[in-house]
Design a protein around this ligand. Structure first.
Ligand SMILES: *Cc1c(COP(=O)(O)O)cnc(C)c1O
Ligand code: SF4
Length: 430
């Protein structure tokens, strides 16, 4: 940390900037802190002005803009759901503690910028550590405490011990979540076995970390996630959907697979909050849905986060995803899968009341006169057809071709779908 880049004066010697950029980020420096440890800085490709690590950590001239006026200082209204300074109590059984304004690297898009990046912003939040503990202790409905900041792993060890010991001694607290970007931005802090032992000794600790790009998954990051896991602490990740950083399917898949490789479980994908000076990072919600469409079914479910929009007016996290429910009736729901197969699903074993009105498409599925619409030529169906053809050829070799004919003839792959009522599937080609 003592070697961290902390000023525009240092930055201008390390990366190329235009004069205009330098002028604007020089002015921003008076309002916002800038800290980048050498390790995280070393992940930046200096030749690429749009490098995803650079975008997250280096101030941008866009931070001076709030074009719509929609961006706010406290977009989630955390301060309005704060019963005592430093605590946000929004959900029935969870509370969030802001324990420090300090981070090992200041993410330019930080939701809590008012406390973390903003110079002097912390003064309006809290320093009453005992008050926060007392609040949790006197609210037996709180089961899960999110120890956040800033980054609690930048706290001096005795202060971190104070929080951990006091919280773990509260009987009704089942889970202590440490929200930290240290594994990503300063993993060396966790090379300290004493720190890992302290976290581990609190028994109830889960780690909530924050990788946003596959290039952040380095051998150093892997090493510390591994030592946290060996210390008995599950490691979950949230990412923020950021324009130019991870707002495309290929990067997102690479990130999620990389996390699985180091046994870090993707938990949330956050839509970027409307915080002042972060507007240039925000994508449409459609972009998030498009990415989620490319994940579910296409890759291991263990690697799929829940995409959430954090609601204005303190409404909390709202999950958003593509629609898998196409239609419904009293008898059945019409669902679609990741391949686009549209299927009738009868949840209860009741006879379908088939209306004689002639229908087609999804409506026919609802009425039960058809039971599935299959897109032409999905890989899975091609594999089925190939296997069925193989089986038919083998039957023929064994001399039972004529007996089994009914089973393997004419669209064998589709017949093996297990249809009810002899309903024939219909292929759709669009
Ligand atoms: C995100 C958040 C939590 C934790 O929510 P989970 O859905 O349980 O992860 C708790 N309190 C606040 C204020 C939060 O923003
Ligand atoms: S580490 Fe977390 S709290 Fe700190 S600046 Fe980044 S997003 Fe904000």
């Amino acid at each position: 940390m003592s070697n961290a880049v902390r000023s525009v004066r240092q930055l201008r010697n390390l990366l190329p900037f235009s004069d205009q950029e330098l002028e604007i980020i020089g002015r921003l420096e008076a309002d916002y802190k800038l800290v980048i440890p050498p390790y995280y800085f070393s992940l930046i490709d200096p030749e690429d002005p749009n490098d995803p690590i650079r975008l997250q950590s280096i101030p941008s001239a866009h931070e001076a803009e709030n074009p719509s006026g929609y961006e706010l200082e406290d977009p989630l209204e955390e301060d309005q759901d704060s019963p005592v300074p430093g605590v946000t109590h929004r959900y029935p059984d969870r509370a969030l503690l802001v324990t420090t304004p300090a981070c090992s690297m200041y993410c330019r898009f930080c939701t809590r910028k008012r406390a973390t990046l903003t110079r002097g912003g912390w003064d309006t939040i809290s320093r009453d550590d005992q008050g926060m503990i007392d609040y949790v202790a006197s609210h037996p409905e709180i089961r899960d405490v999110i120890v956040s900041g800033g980054d609690p792993l930048t706290l001096p060890t005795p202060k971190l011990r104070f929080f951990l010991e006091n919280l773990s001694a509260i009987k009704h607290v089942d889970v202590i979540r440490i929200g930290t970007r240290v594994p990503v931005t300063l993993p060396q802090r966790l090379y300290d076995p004493e720190l890992v032992a302290l976290l581990s000794s609190a028994q109830k600790v889960w780690i909530q970390t924050h990788f946003n790009h596959p290039r952040e998954i380095t051998p150093e990051a892997k090493r510390v996630c591994n030592s946290l896991l060996r210390g008995g602490m599950p490691v979950n990740n949230h990412s923020v959907l950021l324009k130019g950083v991870n707002d495309n399917l290929a990067t997102m898949r690479e990130l999620l697979r990389g996390l699985l490789r180091i046994k870090v479980r993707p938990y949330y994908l956050f839509h970027c909050d409307p915080v002042i000076g972060a507007g240039h990072f925000r994508t449409s919600v459609w972009k998030g849905i498009e990415i989620m469409e490319g994940l579910r079914g296409h890759m291991s479910g263990l690697g799929i986060p829940t995409y959430v929009v954090d609601s204005p007016h303190g409404g909390g996290k709202i999950p958003v995803m593509p629609n898998y429910l196409i239609s419904a009736s009293d008898d059945a729901v019409i669902l679609r899968n990741f391949e686009g197969q549209i299927v009738r699903y009868q949840a209860q074993d009741q006879p379908a009341t088939i209306d004689p009105t002639s229908t087609r498409g999804v409506s026919a599925l609802l009425q039960g006169t058809k039971s599935v619409l299959i897109p032409d030529g999905t890989e899975r169906m091609i594999r089925r057809k190939r296997r069925a053809a193989q089986a038919a050829a083998e039957d023929q070799l064994n001399g039972c071709g004529s007996n089994g004919a009914g089973h393997h003839e004419a669209e064998p792959a589709l017949l093996s779908l297990g249809l009810r009522n002899g309903v024939r599937p219909e292929a759709v080609t669009e």
